[in-house]
Design a protein around this ligand. Structure first.
Ligand code: GRF
Length: 203
């Protein structure tokens, strides 16, 4: 399935998806990397991998999310995109856009949802004193970080952890989890039905 990866920055998850998609049997074809910032480092990763890139700067649109999304939609349509993987995309999408892509748009979040939605997840996990932390891939629904969960990976929180150490441990899991979860969704093995995720792969 023709998939667009939407980024705003570093793009390390994009890098993991690019590596996975090099396998001709991988069910998602990375057909576009779309950024809302022209300076996103992830764009260079995409170019090096020969994946088409596009940028729609969000800043000039200000609060006009609908106009920004119309521009995004134009790029997605031009590239005949069928699925979207948000990977460090730092703009909240409107209900209209999210509903249009319902069941076809995934996000990765650096916590074990529903714990710690939003930003600064690693600092908040340390402050809360949780012993397990991790990452979640979910279908995107209008509530930020609230969508039905496809897959999660947990890591221990160790006594000497600081935010950077914990973030690195989680990120290593993100890079394993996202390629797997996107593959399931692209192959139709993880589907959104009636607001719930239905998995049909042999576990
Ligand atoms: C990741 O931690 C991801 O979970 C979160 O934003 C970060 C993006 O990192 N949504 P990268 O750009 O993929 O390196």
């Amino acid at each position: 399935r023709r998939t667009a990866v939407l980024i705003s920055g570093r793009g390390s998850n994009l890098g993991a998806l690019i590596a996975a998609a090099r396998d001709p049997a991988y069910p998602a074809e990375l057909a576009l990397v779309l950024s809302n910032r022209a300076d996103a480092a992830g764009l260079d990763r995409a170019r090096e991998a020969g994946i088409p890139t596009a940028t729609v700067e969000s800043r000039p649109f200000g609060r006009d999310r609908a106009a920004f999304e119309a521009a995004l939609g134009g790029k997605l349509a031009e590239a005949r995109i069928e699925m979207i993987a948000l990977a460090g995309f730092m703009r909240v999408l409107t209900e209209g856009f999210v509903t249009h892509w319902s069941g076809r748009m995934l996000n990765i979040h650096p916590s074990l949802l529903p714990a710690f939605p939003g930003l600064d997840t690693h600092a908040r996990a340390l402050a809360a004193g949780v012993r397990l932390h991790g990452c979640t891939v979910h279908f995107v629904t209008p509530g930020v970080d609230e969508g039905p969960i496809i897959a999660q990976s947990a890591v221990p929180v160790l006594p000497d952890d600081d935010e950077a150490a914990l973030a690195a441990r989680v990120l290593a899991q993100e890079h394993r989890l996202y390629p797997a979860a996107l593959a399931w969704a692209a192959a139709g093995l993880a589907r959104l039905e009636g607001g719930r995720v239905v998995l049909s792969m042999a576990m």
